[in-house]
Design a protein around this ligand. Structure first.
Ligand SMILES: [Zn+2]
Length: 71
């Protein structure tokens, strides 16, 4: 029987393995290359500059502006 601690450890191991895989996987081979906001493909240049970018340049700029506006 697996208790909660074991389950938490399994989850942590899986997360660690996933982040290591993300670091080792070439940018071009990654599945997540689409903007999480608009769904547009994130350019290779942007992924090269920001390997873990989740937004395209446009959405990143918009988010940045909104962020600045909020302050
Ligand atoms: Zn976008």
């Amino acid at each position: 029987m697996i208790d909660d601690v074991d389950r938490a450890n399994d989850l942590a191991d899986a997360e660690r393995a996933a982040s290591i895989a993300a670091i080792l996987t070439p940018v071009a081979a990654r599945a997540r290359t689409n903007c999480i906001a608009c769904g547009e493909r994130i350019s290779d240049a942007r992924l090269a500059a920001v390997p873990f970018a989740q937004h395209c340049v446009d959405c990143a700029n918009t988010a940045e502006k909104l962020e600045r506006h909020r302050r």
